[in-house]
Design a protein around this ligand. Structure first.
Ligand SMILES: Cc1cc2nc3c(=O)[nH]c(=O)nc-3n(C[C@H](O)[C@H](O)[C@H](O)COP(=O)(O)O)c2cc1C
Length: 155
């Protein structure tokens, strides 16, 4: 199975999370690649992979700058993503109570609108919490990968 992690980040937390997942879970059965969202277009979703959108939140619950082009192109072009399976790791800071982790939530809603099917529940990671973001992500990833493998067998 190939899991392609698409990273939306401003100050590197989401990138660090993605790299920890690549190091911790990549093996002979599971290829994990980390791709920053910079300069990606909707065509990325044609790749033969399960996608893991790993993104932080800025502004008023917006996606980070390096994810904006991809997000807006998906909104404008509305490709049919019904063949796509994905998961979401949404990073944020719970002191932004009204927009907590909305960057990942927005991607989740948009991908679902375009027909893509989410695997498992969204991971919501709080950089104001006591746990390190990468540790929280590793704990969540074990269960998510099992569900992704089960979905790959179904397909
Ligand atoms: C200017 C600024 C605005 C932010 N706005 C939000 C927000 O609206 N909601 C939220 O949950 N987190 C918000 N955050 C927190 C970041 O999403 C959080 O620190 C995240 O871990 C950053 O990850 P990154 O280094 O991958 O960009 C904001 C942070 C900054 C510096």
């Amino acid at each position: 199975m190939h899991v392609e992690i698409l990273v939306g980040t401003m100050t590197g937390n989401a990138q660090l999370v993605a790299q920890e997942l690549e190091l911790g879970f990549g093996d002979e059965d599971t290829l994990i690649t980390v791709t920053p969202m910079d300069d990606l277009g909707p065509e990325v979703f044609r790749r033969d992979a399960v996608f893991l959108v790993c993104t932080s939140t800025y502004g008023h619950g917006d996606v980070p700058d390096n994810a904006r082009e991809l997000f807006e192109a998906l909104q404008a072009r509305r490709p049919d993503l019904s063949a796509v399976r994905y998961g979401v790791i949404a990073l944020g800071d719970s002191t932004f109570a009204d927009t907590f982790a909305h960057g990942g939530l927005r991607f989740d809603q948009l991908l679902a609108e375009l027909g893509a099917r989410r695997i498992g529940e969204r991971a919501t990671i709080d950089s104001a919490g006591s746990e390190l973001p990468e540790e929280a992500a590793v704990a969540w990833m074990r269960g998510w990968l099992e569900q992704a493998r089960a979905a790959a067998v179904e397909a």
